[in-house]
Design a protein around this ligand. Structure first.
Ligand code: MEV
Length: 333
């Protein structure tokens, strides 16, 4: 028997961007990866009750509207899948799904390796549940967001949804619950956007084709995965100089796979020269963001160096265990 939920006036939920420290692409093939949420940038979903139907609008595509069960513009299909999945799960608990409109806004640049689509999906699922007076269990949230990611990116490992749904750094293996990591001490991380973007779907397909055709590519992916467990160990020990060396090695494997660009190479090299422990691209590659792990007192120099080398924006961030991160964006020309 269905129960009727008293609608609340309006609810708003959010989810942060994500950074992959190590293991991108390798994680698609069952290797471990290490990633962490990036709270300075968030996606937000606001749900407002309406008379009939379920509509989705996004600031990113002001001309588009998705009407669930009726018309679904291509660009809104992944988030529509997330909302539909949430509504089906809510209906299975005996609640009557409400009519509402979902407004999406996001500070996360798309195609930049920061998990934009996963953050939008997680925010949308949380808002859908919140409007119905409940919160979503972590495993269900990850499952629904991973299904939405499959619509956005084809064969998604689930790493991005697991990371944006987590409170801190995680070790992640496909089809397993993420394991939260205990970070030894505060550390500095600069995230720098190359201003170039590449669709994750294409980069994942490209790496898959390489892996099938070339044993050296398959080996690079295995080696990338092997670095993840060393990163976990050194990160938990607070040995950031060694983590930096491991990130540099990861960058070499990613570049061998053809995932870096001239600009990312320059930005990463500039970060190292400015005193970073190590630096690499982060995410699917072909453009997007680079990250640099650095001593907290070098954050500003490293951020400026990355912008001088071609990044359009850099976010120097101090990661403090179990407290808010600080951030001051530096913008390029
Ligand atoms: C994309 O952020 C990470 C990739 O490993 C793809 C995935 O894990 O689904 C490239």
């Amino acid at each position: 028997m269905s129960t009727v939920v008293e609608p609340v006036a309006q609810v708003s939920e959010h989810a942060p961007a994500k950074l992959i420290l190590v293991g991108e692409h390798a994680v698609v093939y069952g290797e471990p990866a290490v990633a962490l949420p990036f709270p300075p940038l968030v996606a937000r979903a606001t749900a407002l009750p309406i008379e009939v139907g379920v509509r989705i609008r996004s600031d990113r595509y002001p001309e588009l509207v998705a009407d669930l069960g009726q018309s679904l513009p291509e660009a809104l299909r992944p988030v529509a899948a997330a909302v539909q999945g949430a509504l089906d799960a809510i209906a299975r608990t005996g609640k009557t799904p409400l009519a509402f409109e979902l407004h999406l806004t996001s500070q996360i640049p798309p195609g930049s390796g920061l998990g934009s689509s996963a953050a939008v999906a997680v925010a949308a699922i949380r808002a859908t549940f919140a409007l119905h007076g409940s919160s979503v269990m972590p495993a269900l949230l990850r499952m629904l967001a991973t299904q939405a990611e499959a619509v956005a990116h084809g064969n998604s490992s689930g790493l991005d949804p697991a990371t944006v749904a987590s409170d801190g750094p995680i070790r992640f293996v496909r089809d397993h619950a993420p394991v939260p990591l205990r970070v030894g001490a505060p550390f500095g991380l600069v995230v720098a956007d190359s201003g170039q973007s590449a669709p994750t779907l294409e980069m994942v397909a490209r790496v898959r084709a390489q892996r099938e055709a070339d044993p050296a590519a398959a080996e690079a992916l295995t080696n990338l995965g092997a670095l993840s467990d060393s990163v976990v160990e050194r990160l938990e020990a607070g040995d950031y100089a060694e983590v930096g060396t491991l990130l540099d090695q990861a960058q070499t494997y990613l570049a061998d796979l053809g995932l870096s660009t001239e600009r990312l190479d320059a930005v990463v090299a500039a970060a190292r020269r400015a005193g970073a422990y190590g630096a690499k691209l982060s995410g699917a590659g072909g453009g997007g963001c680079a990250i640099a792990l650095c001593p907290i007192d070098r954050l500003s120099e490293v951020a400026h160096a990355m912008v001088a080398a071609g990044a359009v924006t850099a976010w120097p961030t101090q990661y403090v265990v179990e407290s808010e991160s600080t951030h001051e964006p530096h913008r390029g020309a």
